[in-house]
Design a protein around this ligand. Sequence first.
Ligand code: GLN
Length: 260
Amino acid sequence: MKKFKLVSLLFVIVLVLAACGTKDVGNAGEGDTQDKDKVYRVGIDTTYPPFEYEENGDYTGIDIDLINAIAEDQNFKIDFKPMDFGGIIPAMQAGQLDVAIAGMSITDDRKKVVDFTDPYFKAGLTLVVKQGETGIKSIEDLAGKKVAAKKGTTGAKFATEKAEEIGFELVQFNDSPAMFQDVANGNSDVLIEDYPVIAYAITQSTLDLEIVGDRLNGDEYGIAVLKGKNDELLKKMNKGLANLKASGKYDEIINKYLNE
Ligand code: GLN
């Protein structure tokens, strides 16, 4: 009997040690001790105020403050990797990024390759024309027009799907400022952009643009990680986000950039 107990005890010890062992060689994001040294590479689109942009050599904006606050709350470190929006998901798939926060809309298409956190902002697409342009009020008015969109975005996808049906030419840009300028200069007739981004750009600059019609959809933003690879990190980000919402820090960040 005694011997049996001893053997059982040894068996339990071996199991416990084995469990500890696997933890040490586990994936990034497992275990707090490991997270302290782990630096997550975060893809951002720095042409996207008020969510992310550069000011005096620093990255700033709603997304930047949010992910910094989440990392602080959940005790992990981050390193920002700025790039064109269209390159972010491919860079994640190539193993060059761990996280993406880029005013990125949660879509079923993207969910095939990334996992999203809970939504953190409600945006939605809108049409934007040069000030004084009266011929475009809705999607139907785009027939025969030149429509600008940004590569890899929900706006570009929306336009691609409608281009043939309505009959317009689609021109795609790498970043939002270049697209805004193209319409302001009168090259393209209209652009498709996220409502809060273009509304902010119009108030902050001298861009000769105006928003027309209703929002075209109800896109919501989420933070992304590569699908199925970072469950622990995803949980932490959701927890951090919930904590920021509960503490009032989330509202503080939003109000710092948008006084709606
Ligand atoms: N919200 C849009 C998308 O997810 C645009 C994002 C962006 O341009 N940074 O496609």
